[in-house]
Write a protein that binds this ligand. Sequence first.
Ligand SMILES: [Zn+2]
Length: 86
Amino acid sequence: MSEAERFVVHLTVLAADLAAAHVLARALTRSLGFLPQVQIGETTLSTEGDLTGQHQVFCDRRLPHRRRCLLRPGHSDGCTHNLRCR
Ligand SMILES: [Zn+2]
């Protein structure tokens, strides 16, 4: 993967508000987590037509063993890579 180029896939979804869009983005990203090509922690969300106002979907803090935190940005508990424990 180190020689591969990086691309961003923009996927338009419908949601009631930003909070609902975050929930949907997290679910979609998690469902694709089995693909090594997907950089889960780098997932962002924006309002359609406003790519400058991107919101992080995951904390993405670096963890041991080259892993990243997969909890919500600004979470109060300790970081973890385990999606099932919280
Ligand atoms: Zn974290």
